[in-house]
Design a binder for this molecule. Sequence first.
Ligand code: GLA
Length: 703
Amino acid sequence: MKIVSQKGHLTLALPEFGMPLIIDQFAEVATSATGSLNTLSRAGRINGMDIAVPAAVFLPSGGMGHFGWPAIQGHRQGRQFVFQPSNWTTVESGKVVTLSASDPGAGVGVRLTFERLTGPVRRTRVEVSNLAEDDYTLDRCMAGSLLIKGGAEWIEAMGDGWGREFHVHRLVPSRGVWLQESRRGRTSHDRYPALVARDRHGSVYAAHLGWSGNHVFALDQIDDGQHLLHAGELFEPGEMILASGETYVSPWFYIVSAGSVDDVSAAMRQTVRAHVLPKLNGPTKPRPVLLNTWEGNYFAHDINRLKAQANRAADLGIERFVLDDGWFGKRDDDTSSLGDWFIDTRKYPDGLEPLISHVTGLGMEFGLWFEPEMVNPNSELYRQHPDWVLQIEGKPLLLSRNQLVLDLTRLDVCDYLFDAVGALLGRHAISFVKWDMNRDLTHAGDRLGRAATSRQTRAFYALVDRLRAAFPDVEIESCASGGGRADYGVLERTHRIWTSDCTDPLERVSIQAGAMRFLPPEIMGCHISASPNHQTRRPHSLAFRAIVAFFGHLGVELDPTALSPSEFDELKQWIDLHKSLRHLLHHADASCFHTEMGDGRHVFGVGLGGHVIASIIQTDQPRAEQPCPVPIPLAIARDAEVEVRMIGPGSPPFVRAAPAQLELLSGGIVSSGLLASHGLPIPQLYPQSAILLELKQREAGNG
Ligand code: GLA
C-alpha cells in the first residue's frame, strides 16, 4: 500500500482499490514504521475474508468485505450500488493534502481534502462527482471520518432543546452504531453537530460539522473493536441526485485530538478565531456592549419610549442599540407580517430614521432584527406569492410560530429578500443585523416537489454572502430562537450567535459552559436581563446576572428606564468593568477555562500573559462542609507572585468568610505554584451567587 503522509499532519495508506486506510490523522508516522502494514492489515478471524479488508477506513464506501457503517453510498437507478475508487493521486500544497481517485465502473470520482489548521485541529471535506452520462443518486456522503483509537470509552453530545442549548450529555457507546440525526433543517437546539470523546488510552477528541442543515453523526464500532466517527449532511430520500458532470461538495468536518477536554476545546476555539469567523473590513474592534430591545419592549414599539431607553443606554456606557422584532409590517404579535420588510408607519410615522439618528447621535451603533427566511400566511408577501414557500403538494402546510419557510432555492425569492434587506441597510446607518430563524424545516419541498433542505441551507449561505459582499461593514448575529443555528458553517459568515433565548443566569451557566467547548466566548451573546427572569420567573441579584454574562459578548436586555438609581449605578459599574477588561477577555490569544468543581460551583476564567479574570459561580446549595480551594490553571508562570483581588460592585455574597480569606481577596499575594496546585481558598458562597476575581502576576522586583 502506498503511504501518504504530511509532516506533523496525517498518515494514510492508499489501497489499490477502496478508500484510504487511517494510520494517524494527527501525525506523520515514519515510513519505516508503516512498511509492515500490508501484513498487519491481513489479520482476521478464521472464517473471515480471504483478502485484506482494513477496518479503520476513511469514509468506508460499503460492501467489498467492509461490514461497518458505510459513509458514502449511491447508485444509478439501483445499479452500481458499490463505489470502490482506485488510482489514487496525491497533491500536497502548504497545509492542504488532496487525494483523488475514481471508480470507472460506477462512473464516480472522489476528491478528499485534508487541511491542517490551528495546532492539532484538522478539517476534511469530500467532493463526489458524477463522471457518467446518466444521473447518479448520492444517498449518503459524510464529510469525514475520525478514528477513535482503541475505541471510545465515552462520548459527549450536546443539546436538550429550546432554552437548554449546549447541555452536555455523556454516553457510553455500546456495540453497534450510535447515531445522532438532526432533521430540523438548522443546527438545532437539541442535537448540536459536534461531539467530544475519550479513547481507552486517555486521549480526548473533538469533532464538529460546519453545517447549518440536517446532519448525521455516526459512531461505528468497526471490526477491530475501535470506533470510527463519521459526520456529514443527512439527505432526504432522493435529495442529492447528481446530473452528469455535477459534483457534490460536503461541508467541512473539523477534528482535533489532545490530552484533555480543556485542550481540545482550546484548540477548537482558536480555530474558530483564526479560520472560521469572517474578517471584517479594517482592524478588529472591541465587541461593543449592546442593548437589545426584545425583553424590554417585545412588540410594543413606541418611538418616544425607545428614544428614552436609548438615552439611558448611552448613559450606561452601552455602545450599540439593537431594535428587535416588531418594527415592520403590522407586527403587533407573532401572528403576522414576516416577509413584509417595510417600516410600520403606525409605530414609526417618519420611518426609522428619527430613531436611528437619535441613537447614532448618542454615539451608539444601530442594529436591526430581521427574519428573512420566513413568512407569515398573514402577510402581504404571502398573499401575493403563496407559491414562494417550501411545501409538498397535497400535504398540509404546517405552521410553527405561525410561520412558513420561504423557498430560497428560487432566485426570485432571494432577489426579493436581498432587495428588501439591502434597501434598509443601504438607506440607513445600520451597523448590525440580528438574523433570526424561528422555526424548523418540516416540509422542505421545492417547486418540483423535491426535497430541498440541503439546497435551502446553501441558498441561505449564498444570501448572507451576497448581503455581506454588498455591505461588508455590517456585522451579523446568527440567531434561531436562541442558539439554534450556531455551527461553524454559519459562523464562516456571521460574527456572533445569540446563545440562548433563556437569559436566566442559572440556566446560562451550563449553556455557556457547553457552548464554550466549541465557541470562543466573545462570539456568544450574553445579556443581563430583568429580574425576575422572563423565561423562568426566578429572581437574581444584578451581580449574579452580570458575572455570568461577563465573559461573553456583553449585552443588556431590559428596559433601562425601569432601573432604580442604585441598579443603574451598579449596572454601569459592571459595564465599565467589562469594557476595561475586554481587551483581555476577547483577545485573540487569550485562553479560557471552565471547571465544574463538583460541589455546586463553576469556575470560568480567561487569561493572557500573567493576567487572569475568573468567576466563581455557586449554582446550588454548597455540598460540602467547607468549599475546597479553587485551582486557577492559567497563563501564569509557576514561580511568580500573584496578586489576587475581588473586583466588581456590590457586597460579596459570602455565607461566612475568615478575615484571612477577605484579606487575600483584597489584594493579597500568593505564589503561582500554590495557586495552580493547591488553589485559592474562596469563602463559601450563597447559592445562585457569584464573585469575580482578577489575578495579576507581579513584575519581578515589584513589592
Ligand atoms: C426569537 C429570538 C429572540 C427575539 C424573538 C423576536 O425568539 O431568539 O431573541 O428576537 O425571536 O420575535
